[in-house]
Write a protein that binds this ligand. Sequence first.
Ligand code: MN
Length: 295
Amino acid sequence: MIARSLRPVFLGAGGRILNRRIGFGLVVALAFLFGSASLRAQTPASPDGKAGSIDKAPIDKAGLIDDIVIGSRVLAEFGVLDGFGHVSARDPANPDHFWMARSLAPALVTADDIMEFDLDGNAVDPRGRAVFLERFIHSEIYKARPDVMAVVHTHSPGVIPFTISPVPLRAVFHNAAFLAGGAPLWDIRKDFGETDMLVRNPAIGKSLALTLADRPVVLMRGHGDVAVGPAVKVAVFRAYYTDVNARLQSQAVALGGEVNYLTAGEGAKADAINLQVLDRIWNLWKMRVMTTLAK
Ligand code: MN
């Protein structure tokens, strides 16, 4: 029996999220039937993690919101997000606006919770809804990076040690190839002194975006990380594999001896392949989320 607040979510043929109470079998069957049809064409990125040839295929608002809901629930399901963290997407029809959930745990996000914001972090139609304090992570990165269409902020437990230790996060396996070029580390204390550690205003968000520069991931000292991409599923993929890579790297370092990381050249080649096959794991993740909702 699912909680009342966790309405089952599935993607219909049109890619629209329907909030209906439906049986487990139907959810799975529909996921198989329509999962791939509802997916938008994937946007490739260049091997160094920068955006490549952005796919111009139109993404309707409902499809974009589907991806935010699915991405939020997937990352919560796999422990990359807990009660905190958020997924957003730039509005392709209005690049000066983006979409993200109202202030809510990611595992509980539904299509009805997604709000529109401008690049100053103002809600377009707040209607009294609480908004995330750290929405400036998103607004300032969208401002600084026209190529970025999606942003994920996490407090990934696997990543935190690399935000406070001198050991840099580096790519240890092919699925995290986007890390082969390194992930810069941002320290809020450098520019802002002793704070509550939160990206609670545009100036702090801008500082973070500057440190991210043209990279796919930035680490936040004593806080977490931000992954960006040319589509929601790319940013979600990067957030997920940043955490997995960090856990594996910690294990490799603990084993002792010199760790044999991916080279930049290996990273570039592997990242290009990952982006081509990303739909496979996105579909799997989506099914897992639907199954959980139906329990
Ligand atoms: Mn945070």
